[in-house]
Design a protein around this ligand. Sequence first.
Ligand code: KIV
Length: 271
Amino acid sequence: MSVHQNVKKVTTHVLQEMKNAGEKITMLTGYDYTMARIIDRAGIDVILVGDSASNVMAGHETTLPITLNEMIYHASSVVRGVDRALVVVDMPFGSYQGNSKEALSSAIRIMKESGGHAVKLEGGQEVLESITRILTAGIPVMGHLGLTPQSIYKFGTYVVRAREEDEASRLIEDAKALEAAGCFAIVLEKIPAELAAKVAKEVNIPIIGIGAGGGVDGQVLVVHDMLGINNEFSPRFLRKYHNLFQEMMGAFHRYIEDVRSGDFPNEEEQY
Ligand code: KIV
């Protein structure tokens, strides 16, 4: 029997066993109780309460505005819907970059107030001190390298990262530093597939990709994107498993028509 079929609760150790056994890790974002419940029942391994909630749930242009309190609200809703999956919570912009003490107190608030199982934060060697301090408190940390959306104003664009040799070697060094510090996994976002596969080979902890090709240990997508709810976002790496935008539009149109025409509610739909 494969590792994932054998577990009632996914832990960071299970993810490591999956990598060791060559089993792919599945991860989706989730921001609320109802969606998390469905994703968990489908058998996903990890639910990421991503700071993409800033875009997807709150309509901000970037991930920067979402607050620690808002992340805790989303994460606690997700935790209530989950029985099996590991719940990883993004540390929002500004909650860990200042100094490592502030990073630790933000991570402690996330763990205490949301019930999440681990935190994720963006960056390599520049945030190593924060990562080390959080790990020392017994909080598992997932790293995030490549395209790191919290630095969008530094990058200026969401194009593929680490195409050039110097950025690629820095990324490999960062991945090794995160592993050495004790991170349990790393997300690699929007980098060349060849580079991502190299990192997955050279680093022993699980590497989860988004726009990073198939040579890594697992994949993550934003749930609203893969369901096709957002019809304005179609990057090359995104596979849409549904066109929920159209399905939902159809349902809303039919409801509006039925109410206007007096067809809803009918005899059976009233007391
Ligand atoms: O916030 C998010 O959704 C993420 C994923 C894109 C990995 O960090």
